[in-house]
Write a protein that binds this ligand. Sequence first.
Ligand SMILES: Cc1cc2nc3c(=O)[nH]c(=O)nc-3n(C[C@H](O)[C@H](O)[C@H](O)COP(=O)(O)O)c2cc1C
Length: 318
Amino acid sequence: MKLIFAPMEGISTYIYRRLHARFFGGVEEYFAPFIAPDGSGSFKSSALRDILPENNRDITLIPQLLVNRSEPFVHVAGELAAMGYGEVNLNIGCPSSTVVAKHKGSGMLLDLEGLDRCLNEIFSRSPLAVSIKTRMGLESTEEFPRILEIYKKYPLKRLIIHARARSGMYRSPVDIQGFLSCLDSCPWPLWYNGDLFSPDCATLWDMAGDRLAGLMLGRGAVADPALPRALNGGPALSVPELENFHGALLSAYLEAGYDGRSAMARLKELWFYMLCKFPDSRRETKALLRSQTLQDYSFAASALFHSGKFSPTCYFSQ
Ligand SMILES: Cc1cc2nc3c(=O)[nH]c(=O)nc-3n(C[C@H](O)[C@H](O)[C@H](O)COP(=O)(O)O)c2cc1C
């Protein structure tokens, strides 16, 4: 089963990706969280650090852009090509209100003629192969056939479909049937994304057969970093390896120059997902999330790991 790691802003940083690959693996590629260049193609130094090849040595990384105009896209794609990348992904999925208000992310679906024009310019000028990660609509997944007709005009490297409309944010039921109904008519490799949280998601793979290029895992893999490995027949997550992974992440953030508070904040964001592996741990969880100092945090994390409340078969759900 071909698996890729979803871009997760604030979570799947270069530090996270490198350690995930070292401790667990199981995914063929990692998608970087979006870079949002301004009109002239400039972007934050933190975003540059995240995609620099020297920070992503042992993994295959696909950078992603959040733009709605071809100029900054082509400019940054040129820089990515110079760094040695072969593919750049366009984000047509982000549901955040501020992003949509700027007609970026899934907001590009507000004006389909404008989307078509933008893609026309991007595909005629990009120095790199372009893939798209998309929602299936703004208000309803029933909008997708029209959107797909536009995508079909272009030589996408691949299409990754998050099987929800923007209105569903990350919560509404995913439209598996709508996704499956596109499989036969898409001319490029098609990847599925959305709510793949446990080994049961292998059934989608069975249903789609070899018409599906693979699966993109997001929150499910953050909650259980061994999920991709388990889906490929490897062992389930164990407490010692999760504890070692967690310790390595904390050390790596501190070594990268994060102060204690910011490093803790990164890890607490991960715990939002990973706590599902520790059902019935209210007391330990409270201490962990309320900790203010690095010392209290490390103490609380250790208490949780050694609480005996770990369950390898509990998975993320919303
Ligand atoms: C905290 C968070 C950050 C995300 N950041 C990005 C991003 O930078 N680019 C992107 O295309 N999608 C982003 N997503 C969406 C995920 O890549 C993925 O499509 C979504 O979580 C659905 O997949 P899942 O159900 O497997 O988690 C983000 C999602 C979350 C929850």
